[in-house]
Structure formats: C-alpha cells, structure tokens
Design a protein around this ligand. Structure first.
Ligand code: XMP
Length: 513
C-alpha cells in the first residue's frame, strides 16, 4: 500500500485514483498527520502531492521527517518536488518563468519511471502548474527530463529511490502520467498490483461479518448507486440479519420506487420495509417555494419517518450508510475561513446518535467509480450501477418558484422520462454527468392544431462534470434537441414549450435550486 501526503492540491484525489487503477491500495492523509498514524499505516512508499503554498516562505508545509528517515521510496509531485528538494538540501526559488497548463519536456536520460513509456530523446507532453522552481538539486540526484522552463522536470536518486516531477502525472493532460505512476508503485515500491474489486469484495464481506457478528443491521435505500451497492454487499455478508428501509417521499422519478421494490424485495429477497410517505411529504411541502426551506423540511421529515420505520426492527444495533472515500478524506485548508453554504445537502446526519446505532460503512474506502465497479462485481444491473446522481430532495428542487403538487410532479416525471429515454437511445447517457427536466413556474401561450394552449414551460438540463463541483452544459446537436422538444410537447399534457439550459457551473449550479 501507498500513502499519499496531501499538500492541498486540487488534484490530489486523482493521484489516489491512478494508484488504485494500477491495482495498488492507497490512502490520502494531510501532510501534517501525526507521525504515529503515518507509521501505523504501513506504506511501502510515499507520494508527496502538489499544493498551493510556496516552500520559500517561513512556516510553509513540509513532509514529516519520518518520510525520509524511513528508507522507503518517495515520489514528489510539483510542490512535493520542491519540498523534497528543499528538505534534502537543494535550493528552490520563485521563478519569473511561470508555467501553467500544457508543456513539453525532453527525456534526457533513462529512468525506471519511464520504463516502457518514454524513451531517451523523446519530447513528451505534460501538464505543469507551478510558480516556484528548483534551482539546485540535493546531493545524489540527476536530471532525467527537462525543458527550457523546467530544467528539473523529472529528477531521480536511484540509490535512495527518490523521484520527483515538476508536472502533474496524475491528470489526463499528461498522457503517459498514469504509466509513470504505475512504474513508481510497481517497479520502485514493489507493490504487487493485486488490489482488485473482487479482492476488495471478499475483504469487505469478512470485515462486515467481524464487525456485526450476529447483530441486526438497518440500511436506508434511496434508489441511488451507493446505498444499493452497500445493501447488496451487506446482504451477501450477513443475509437476513439485514433489513432495508425505503422511505418513498413521493419525489422520485418515473418508475423508480417500483424498481427499488422489485429489485431488492423480489429479486434479491432482502427484507424490505417500503414506506410510502408521499402524503406526509407533499402535505408539509404545500405552499413552500424557498429552496432551503424545502430542503430542511424534506431532511427533517426523512429522518422522522426513517426512525419510525427503523424502530419497528427489534434489536437492531447497526445502521449501514453508503459513505464514500471523498466524504472522509481530511482536507488540507490554507485559507481557514468559513466557506459559504451555497446549498445545504440533506442526508441522514445525526441519525445514528439519535437512534443509538453503530455505523457500518463498507464503502468508506472507495471512490465513486470503484463503487460502480463493485456493484458490477455484485451483479447489480448496469442501469442502476451507471445511474446519474440524483439529489436527496428529489423532484422538489426541480419545480422552482411554485407550489409542489402531485399534478406538477406527474407532468415533470413524464417530461423527464421522455428526455432520458431519448438520451439513452442516442447512446449519450454515459457521456453525461446528469440530465433532467425542470418544470418552470410560468405558463406560456402556444398553438396546437387550431387550438390555443396555455401551459407550462419546461427546461432541459444536461451537464458534463467529473465531480459535480464544476460543470459544462452538454453540447447536444440541434436535431436531438428538436426531437426531444417535439416528443415532450406531443406526449406530455401540460407542457407546451421546451427550453435548453446553456449555463455552466460556475456561475450556475447544476440544479436550478
Ligand atoms: P449543484 O446544484 O449544487 O449540485 O451544482 C451539485 C450536485 O449535488 C446534487 N445536489 C444535491 N444532492 N441533496 C443531495 O443529496 C441536495 O440537496 C442537493 N442539491 C444538489 C446535484 O444533483 C449535483 O449532483
């Protein structure tokens, strides 16, 4: 296993993704993690990430001395290279030749990192992002790749097994970066590359059995990927000791509630409590239009209903949650100030304490695409495993600016279903991060046949993204948009106008509220 020490780069998680793709388990810890915790992790090598700081100022972040005292291999990336050089006796200065974005480096010497990838004499594309640069190498190092702006683009000390790059090998804009990282973890660190989803599954099942013993576990199902994979995994581990609770708030998409019941109750035969609480939710939401108020109402009701249903399961001691690795990575913050809440995301926070249950979180070491992979390993259908993210408050935040009623929900569901069907038929579903319809609070005039219509307008949204933090609208061709528009207006009573949202995030957000 590999330990990545984080200096606050935006792309540190990508290092972890690449290392795991190479079949090697790794974790990320902040650079200032206490040494005993770092030591206890038992890494075979360290990777020092990039970061926004400068090594030149005083009190700027450093790698723990343990890293260099351990005798283990080290790979420094960007800021990681600078602090490695600085700490080992080299010199770093602020450069007047800043390089950001795509750059080319010349491979000047052989290096184990380049095996099978880069050859001496080649010019290779990399992705740079740095202000400071190394001007004098520590003893023992040689340069193996360089460019005019980056004379120490890649440096190596084979004896101590220290390597460092000025660029980011973890991003896709460094086309062979993944192979360089793979060489580091396999050839330098000697990791076997046997960390597969099949192996993870077996290990996770053992851990769940150890933790739970003969206790009873409750798992909330939402219809999404994470809770579904967690449920099936836990069921495989402990069978009937698991009961799932599915609180249907009436704000799901077309056919979704039925699918949950069919798949988990009928197909997997998992004991399932299906609570149709739509009257309660819609009753409480009546008259509410403020996005945050709606989220609070739904979040609170959800906890109340879930708790009431879960209390029916006698003697339950554990609550399963589909927490993922990005939720548990401790982040490195250099700004320290409070960040502004753009939208509060409702989840079941606070539930385990209220119900006095211990948590079972079998996915807390996994990234989202690894959870999908695990789902496939467990035999879950592709339509569920590859599903777009869907917000907890559901369609309630896709009817902005007006009262939420069953009638409007039905109209929205139909339009959304037509849109998604066309996206699937066109083979575009997997290229899109999220796609959905929004029912607008305006009625507009139209003409159908000889009749005047006065119906709702709807907006279609589709975005590409890697993590939901930033997004670009999807560039459909006009033929596609015309087809969807025609179908929605012909097939969905209540809508007579369709618009397409071409706002990116930022400045927009993915959802309309
Ligand atoms: P925004 O709209 O903030 O969305 O750009 C980013 C991602 O978060 C989802 N989202 C939510 N998920 N509860 C959730 O569980 C919420 O209240 C919520 N609001 C937005 C959104 O669908 C997108 O994937």
């Amino acid at each position: 296993r590999i330990l990545i020490l984080d200096f606050g780069s935006q792309v540190t998680q990508l290092i972890a993704r690449r290392v795991r793709e190479a079949g090697v388990y790794c974790e990320i810890m902040p650079f200032n993690t206490p040494v005993d915790k770092i030591e206890a992790f038992g890494a075979k090598a360290f990777i020092l990430s990039g970061g926004p700081a400068s090594v030149i100022g005083e009190a700027t972040p450093r790698a723990p001395e343990f890293v260099f005292e351990s005798g283990l291999p080290v790979l420094g990336i960007c800021y990681g290279q600078q602090t490695l050089c600085h700490q080992l006796g080299g010199r770093v200065e602020t450069s007047d030749h800043r390089e950001f974005g795509r750059a080319y480096v010349n491979v000047t010497d052989n290096c184990i990192l380049f095996d099978g990838v880069w050859e001496v004499g080649a010019s290779e594309q990399v992705w740079m992002s740095h202000g400071d640069r190394v001007i004098e190498l520590p003893d023992g190092f040689r340069v193996v790749a360089s460019s005019e702006g980056a004379p120490f683009a890649v440096i190596a000390d084979d004896e101590r097994r220290y390597y460092a790059t000025m660029f980011h090998p973890e991003v896709v804009h460094t086309p062979h970066g993944a192979a360089l990282l793979s060489n580091f973890v396999h050839k330098v660190a000697g990791c076997a590359g046997d960390w597969t989803m099949g192996a993870f599954k077996e290990q996770a099942i053992r851990q769940i059995r150890d933790q739970v013993g003969d206790g009873k576990v409750i798992c909330g199902l939402s219809g999404g990927v994470d809770s579904s994979v967690a449920a099936v995994l836990i069921h495989e581990a402990i069978g009937e000791q698991l009961t799932c609770v599915f609180v249907d708030h009436g704000l799901l998409r077309q056919g979704e509630a039925e699918e949950v019941v069919r798949l988990f109750g009928d197909h997997y035969n998992i004991p399932l409590i299906h609570k149709d609480a739509s009257d309660l939710f819609l009753g409480e939401l009546a008259g509410q239009t403020d996005p945050e108020a709606k989220r609070k109402t739904i979040g609170k009701l959800f906890i109340d209903v879930f708790q009431e249903e879960a209390n029916k399961i006698e003697g339950a001691q554990f609550l399963a949650q589909g927490t993922l690795y990005p939720d548990v990575i401790e982040s490195v913050s250099f700004t320290g100030g409070p960040s502004v809440t753009i939208k509060s995301h409702h989840n079941v926070g606070g539930l385990p304490e209220r119900m006095n249950l211990k948590l079972v979180e079998p996915l807390r070491e996994l990234f989202k695409d690894e959870v999908r992979e695990l789902g496939r390993e467990l035999g879950l259908p592709e339509s569920l495993v590859g599903r777009h993210p869907f917000p907890g408050p559901g369609l309630a935040i896709r009817i902005p600016g007006s009262d939420i009623t069953r009638e409007k929900l039905d109209i929205l569901r139909k339009a959304d279903a037509v849109y998604l069907e066309e996206i699937r038929n066109a083979g575009l579903y997997d290229a899109i991060w999220q796609a959905f319809a929004v029912l607008l609070p305006v009625r507009t005039v139209g003409v159908m046949g000889d009749y005047r219509t006065y119906d709702y307008a709807c907006a279609l949204r589709a975005v590409t993204s890697t993590d939901g933090m930033t997004a670009d609208y999807y560039h459909f061709d006009h033929e596609f948009l015309s087809r969807v528009s025609t179908r929605i207006i012909n097939e969905v009573r209540g809508i007579n106008r369709v618009t397409y949202d071409i706002t990116s995030k930022p400045p927009g957000t993915i959802e309309w509220e």
